[in-house]
Ligand binder design. Structure first.
Ligand SMILES: Cc1cc2nc3c(=O)[nH]c(=O)nc-3n(C[C@H](O)[C@H](O)[C@H](O)COP(=O)(O)OP(=O)(O)OC[C@H]3O[C@@H](n4cnc5c(N)ncnc54)[C@H](O)[C@@H]3O)c2cc1C
Ligand code: FES
Length: 259
C-alpha cells in the first residue's frame, strides 16, 4: 500500500544560501512523516513544467519539509522564484530511507562516515539525528566545487553535529584542495553513507569495496513519473535493473553496477 500523499502546500520560507542554492520550507503535516533519504516531487502550482522535480528532504521539523535546491533548469528556477504563501504541488514522501540500511552496519566500535559531493550534503544532514541514535560517533566529509560557507556552517550547526567535519574543495578555497575521496580512509569506518554525483559515488564505492567497508549510496537518476511506473530511472544492479524512485534512491553500493 502506498503511503505517499499529494497536494498543494504553502511555501513558508524561501531564502538564498549562495549564488545558485536556495532553501525552501514547505508546510507538510501529513502522515507518514518523511524519513531521511526520501524525496518529494515538487513544482509550483503555476508552472511551465509538466512533472514535479525530485528533491530530497534536507530537514523535517514536524510542520514543514525543508529542501536545499540548486538552480539547474526551468523546474528549479521556478521553485527559486516562489514566495512565502505561494502554493507548491507536492507528491511524497517517496522512496526508501538511509535508516533502512542501518541493520547492515556492523557494530565494530568504529564510527560511521557521511560523504557528500555538492548538494548531496542535504539528505545526509537530514540523517544525522536518526543515525546518532544507533551510531553516536560519526564524521561528515563534504566535498564542494568551491567554498560554500553557508552549507558548511549548516552542517557544523546541525542539532546533532558530526564529531569531525572534513571539507574539500575542487579549487582549494576551503579545506583541502581535491576530491573528497582522496581524504577518506574508508577502513576507519563501520560504514559509509554517500550522496553526490555519479562519478563521486562510483569512487566512494570503490574505496569502500577495497577496504571491505559497507557502503550505501543515494542515486539521483533523472526521473519522470517518480513513483515506479515508467521505468525511466533505471539503476543497474547485480540483481538486475531497479527503479531509483521506487526501489531506491538508497542502494547498497556493493549491489550497484556503476557506469
Ligand atoms: C532522488 C533525487 C533527489 C534529488 N535531490 C535533490 C536535492 O535535494 N536538491 C537539488 O537541488 N537537486 C536534487 N535532485 C536533482 C534535481 O531533481 C534536478 O536538478 C532537477 O530535476 C532539475 O530540474 P530542472 O527543471 O531545473 O532542470 P531540467 O531542465 O530538467 O534539466 C537541466 C539539466 O540537468 C540535467 N538533470 C536533470 N535532473 C538531473 C539529475 N537527477 N541528475 C543529473 N542531471 C540531471 C538534465 O539532463 C539537463 O541537462 C535530486 C534528484 C533525484 C533523482
Ligand atoms: S521515474 Fe518512473 S519508474 Fe522511476
Amino acid at each position: 500500500m502506498s503511503t505517499r500523499q499529494s497536494g498543494l502546500c504553502a511555501v513558508m520560507e524561501n531564502e538564498p544560501i549562495d549564488s545558485a542554492v536556495f532553501r525552501i520550507a514547505v508546510a507538510w503535516e501529513q502522515d507518514p512523516p518523511p524519513k531521511a533519504g526520501q524525496f518529494f516531487l515538487i513544482k509550483p502550482k503555476r508552472s511551465s513544467v509538466l512533472l514535479g522535480r525530485p528533491i530530497s528532504v534536507a530537514r523535517y521539523d514536524g510542520r514543514a519539509v525543508h529542501f536545499l535546491i540548486i538552480r539547474i533548469g526551468s523546474g528549479t528556477q521556478e521553485l527559486a522564484e516562489t514566495r512565502e504563501g505561494e502554493d507548491i504541488f507536492m507528491i511524497g514522501p517517496l522512496g526508501n530511507g538511509w535508516a533502512d540500511f542501518l541493520p547492515g552496519v556492523p557494530k565494530n566500535g568504529k564510527p560511521v562516515a557521511l560523504v557528500s559531493g555538492g548538494l548531496g550534503c542535504a539528505p545526509l544532514m537530514c540523517f544525522t539525528e536518526e543515525l546518532s541514535r544507533s551510531f553516536p560517533s560519526f564524521h561528515f566529509y563534504a566535498g564542494f566545487p568551491t567554498a560554500s560557507p553557508r552549507l558548511t556552517g549548516m552542517i557544523a550547526a546541525l542539532s546533532v553535529p558530526p564529531q569531525k567535519l572534513i571539507v574539500t574543495t575542487d579549487d582549494g578555497t576551503d579545506g583541502e584542495q581535491g576530491f573528497i575521496t582522496a581524504v577518506l580512509d574508508a577502513g576507519d569506518y563501520a560504514a559509509v553513507f554517500s550522496c553526490g554525483a555519479p562519478a563521486m559515488l562510483k569512487a566512494v564505492a570503490a574505496v569502500c569495496g577495497k577496504a571491505g567497508t559497507a557502503c550505501f549510496v543515494s542515486t539521483e537518476n533523472r526521473m519522470a513519473c517518480g513513483v515506479g511506473a515508467c521505468l525511466g530511472c533505471t539503476v543497474k544492479t547485480i540483481y538486475g535493473n531497479k527503479r531509483c524512485c521506487a526501489d531506491g534512491p538508497v542502494f547498497n553500493a556493493g549491489e550497484v553496477i556503476f557506469a
